[in-house]
Write a protein that binds this ligand. Structure first.
Ligand SMILES: [Fe+2]
Ligand SMILES: [Fe+2]
Length: 305
């Protein structure tokens, strides 16, 4: 099955053979629920002053934000696009294998959403830190707004580009969290399970993007080349509303919360590093041959101008 990212899916996918991860509470061993260095506001002077208990609760709520944003993105953004490919509703001629692979993505993402929610519920039961009843899907609105602005007459293409971008970014969380010895084992195991499946998705969507790009006419390519860097930024820019509310819950005064957010979220974290694989994929497909594309990517800080 060389060349097929899903050649071993029936045996290797988490949803096929994985085990349900049950939380072991290891806070007494000094392990954190999320890598503290990946909670951007945790080391701010004003946050440090809140004391260790508040910082622990902030870390737990940051894990909730990661897990629940995952559930929203997987089911509302990734599976929206995967369904289009799977049911051959993209306006391209798609081979049956591509369609079935898109259904494999669909199954994987449904399962990732399920176990992310499952873990959040287990952490709530173990820690007593309530999962706030907020909308953790702020990303999805931002992506849809960008689509309406930059691809107003091509909603399906926008959905496909959003999926391709989201699935080819390599974020620090999936990459680094599984190997962080300072983090609770169950959180690391679940993230490792997830990262394994995402490796297959990455290969699938990078190949799909080349096919998609080849089928676009010059006008659509011009629109897509401008939309891609905006989607990349949308996916990597932190959703600050849950962070703002979490800081308020931790007891930070409103004015201080504004200061902390301004100091830590003035630009997307590690944008270029996390987007490197996506930018490489765009380059190899020929996106930078489109006039204005280099400037658009450079304008978002993704490449040098
Ligand atoms: Fe996933
Ligand atoms: Fe995925």
């Amino acid at each position: 099955m060389t060349g097929d990212p899903f050649g071993d899916w029936y045996d290797a996918a988490g949803v096929r053979g994985g085990t349900r991860r049950l939380l072991r509470d290891e806070t007494e061993q000094g392990l954190a629920y999320f890598p503290e260095k990946l909670v951007p506001y945790l080391d701010h002077e004003l946050v440090k002053a809140l004391g260790p208990e508040a910082r622990r609760d902030l870390t737990v709520r940051h894990l909730y934000q990661f897990l629940l944003a995952t559930t929203h993105l997987e089911t509302r953004i990734v599976n929206r696009g995967a369904e289009r490919i799977a049911n051959n509703r993209v306006g391209l001629h798609l081979p049956a294998r591509t369609r079935m692979n898109a259904f494999k993505v669909y199954c994987d993402e449904g399962y990732h959403a399920l176990y992310s929610l499952d873990l959040a519920e287990q952490v709530e039961a173990a820690t007593g830190v309530t999962i706030p009843g907020w909308d953790f899907g702020g990303f999805t609105r931002r992506l849809d707004d960008t689509a309406a602005r930059l691809l107003p007459d091509a909603p399906v293409l926008a959905q496909l580009l959003q999926v391709v971008v989201f699935e080819t970014l390599i974020t620090a969380v999936l990459n680094e969290l599984p190997n962080d010895p300072g983090v609770v084992t169950t959180v690391r195991e679940l993230t490792r399970d997830h990262a394994r499946d995402e490796g297959r998705h990455h290969r699938f969507f990078a190949a799909f993007f080349h096919e998609l790009w080849t089928g676009l006419d010059a006008n659509r390519r011009a629109q897509a080349a401008l939309a891609l860097p905006a989607f990349i930024e949308d996916c990597l820019r932190f959703d600050t509303l849950p962070a703002e509310r979490s800081l308020t819950l931790a007891g930070l005064a409103p004015g201080d919360t504004v200061t902390v957010l301004a100091d830590t979220f003035d630009r997307p974290q590690r944008l270029r590093e996390n987007a490197a694989a996506t930018v490489r994929m765009c380059r190899s497909a020929g996106v930078f041959d489109v006039p204005g594309a280099v400037e658009a990517f450079a304008g978002k800080g993704l490449i040098d101008g």
